[in-house]
Each structure stands twice: as C-alpha cells, then as structure tokens.
Design a protein around this ligand. Structure first.
Ligand code: G6P
Length: 294
C-alpha cells in the first residue's frame, strides 16, 4: 500500500522505495527515508529519542510547522499564542490522497479551526490551513496553503518549516548565505539581537551556538558534509533560519544527549514582518528537499 493512514500517522511509499511518515499531531513529518548510492534506505531527518510523539508536546525533530507566529508572539493579534504558534501542536486530519503513481505519492492534510474550539479561543481570525506532502524518488515537497476565510478582514501571519536535517553538525556547512543581512538571536541584548549583521562567510557552519534569521534569502540552499549533501528550494518563504544550539541544547528537556551533534535546522519561512493576506485569498509557501544524485 503506497499510502497507509492510521489513527495517528500517515505513511507514504514511493514505487522506487523512498518513504515518509507524518504524525497527524502537528502534521509533523517525522521520517523521510531515501535510498543512498548503494540502494539502502537512509533516514534524512533527525528526531530526538527523548521527543514525545504522543501529542503532548511539539516534536523535537522532523519538520514541525510554525504558524501563525515565529518565536514568541509580537503581533497584537497573536498575543494569546505560545512560541511558534499552534499548527505544530494541534491534531490535523487527512483530507485526501492527491496523487499515487510513479511521478509521486501525495497527500493533503487539513487544520480547520471551525472544528477546533481551542484554536478559535486563542486566535479568532478565520482561516484554513492545508498541507500537501508529496514524495518522489529523491525528493520531498511540503507545501503550506493558508486561506483567509474572512470575507472582510486581512489575515496577518508568519509561517516556517522547521526542518531538522540529519547531518554531522561539526562537519556541515550551508551555502549560499554570503552577503545576506541577518539577525543574530544568540546576542546578549535586545538591541544587539535587533541590529542586522551581514554574513561574510562563503560557507556557514554551526560549530558554535547558532540562531540566525537571514532576511530576503535566495530560497535555494545546499547543506554539505563529508559523506552527503541535501538541497532545499523554497517559494514565498523569503527568509531562512539557521539554528543549532550546541551545548545550549542541554537546556531542552526533550533533546537527547548530545543530540545537537546530529542535525542542523535550516528553516525556510516568512518570519521578518508578516504576510498580509487579503480576504478570501490563499497564500502558498512551498519547499522541496532533494538528495542530489551522483
Ligand atoms: O524549542 P522550540 O520552541 O521548538 O524552538 C526551537 C528553535 O526554533 C527556531 O530555530 C528559533 O530560531 C530558535 O530560537 C528556537 O530555539
């Protein structure tokens, strides 16, 4: 069965072998396996072994969806939300199978606040979220559709795909970020965190605590390490966040011992400023992750 849905998860398998598992809690992709050069399936996403997958806490790994605020809320209409919003911590539903053939296996999930009183109490603005996950032989596409269902009021939000990429943190580097303006969230004061820096490095590593928000980024990135690489392309996610806590990771209760050595978060998003979506319009933020073929 190329698509297999259970109460809590959806499993997709491509005819050429690649696999993806999505937890309906948060519509969190928790596993993406692609064949390596030897033809063996290899996991590409990090999930902390201490992360709860029981719907009690956002997953520490995979691809959590950040919506409608990134970080602590700063927009007046978001004041009741918690860090990174609610999309990653609510139960989504399977809407339909979109495609199931050699080109790809694709499923659409939905988060509808009209059937979820909790969301409506935190965020009364009418909207609908759908998420299309498409698996190809060496690619995973994740597209977030945000519809403003209000007939009269604009919807203001931020959105981001918080990818935890499995890769050795002391070896990897990310390109091309050179020349971009970024905000360094590891700085000690509000003023320093709000002052943009310019990225001078051709190859950016995460060997020290890194939490950088790059603005107006190229939406095409490559993560390279000794024995592998991965490409990420995005559309409408104009910014990108690069995060690895290094030893600070000790402070995260759900981080496995030295887990920060195993991944990097490279997170395309719209997080500087807000998308202002007119009534009855839909915004689509897209991402395609690929394992380059030799
Ligand atoms: O612990 P979480 O709420 O999942 O956030 C994890 C991380 O997400 C983003 O990458 C932010 O830039 C970081 O500042 C934050 O620490």
């Amino acid at each position: 069965m190329p698509v297999n849905a259970s109460k809590d998860t959806v499993f997709l398998q491509h005819p050429q072998g690649s696999q993806v598992t999505i937890l309906l809690y948060g519509a969190t992709v928790i596993s993406w396996k692609v064949a390596n050069d030897e033809g063996d399936l290899q996991e590409r996403l990090f999930v902390s072994s201490k992360s709860r997958l029981d719907g009690s806490k956002p997953v520490r790994g995979g691809i959590p969806i950040v919506f409608p605020c990134f970080g602590p809320p700063i927009h007046p209409e978001h004041s009741r939300l918690s860090q990174h919003g609610f999309a990653r911590s609510e139960a989504w539903k399977v809407d339909k199978i979109i495609m199931d053939n050699d080109a790809g296996v694709s499923i659409r999930l939905v988060l509808d606040p009209t059937v979820n009183d909790k969301i409506a109490s935190l965020f009364p603005n009418p909207f609908l979220l759908t998420y299309v996950v498409t698996l190809a032989a060496h690619q995973l596409s994740t597209d977030l559709h945000v519809t403003n269902t209000s007939p009269s009021k604009p919807l203001e939000f931020q959105a981001l795909l918080h990818n935890y990429i499995l890769a050795p943190a002391d070896e990897l580097h990310v390109t091309p970020l050179q020349g971009l303006s970024y905000y360094d969230k590891t700085e000690g004061t509000d003023e320093a965190r709000a002052t943009p820096k310019t990225e001078t490095r051709a190859e950016v590593d995460v060997k020290k605590f890194t939490d950088s928000v790059y603005e107006n980024a190229p939406q095409r990135y490559k993560i390279s390490w000794l024995n592998g690489d991965l490409e990420i392309k995005a559309k409408e996610f104009k910014d990108v966040v690069l995060w690895n806590p290094q030893e600070e990771g000790h402070k995260l209760a759900d981080m496995e011992s030295e887990g920060w050595k195993k991944y990097v978060c490279l997170e395309p998003g719209y997080v500087k400023g807000f998308v202002k979506l007119e009534p009855l319009k839909t915004w689509i933020g897209q991402q395609v992750m690929s394992v380059p073929q030799k």
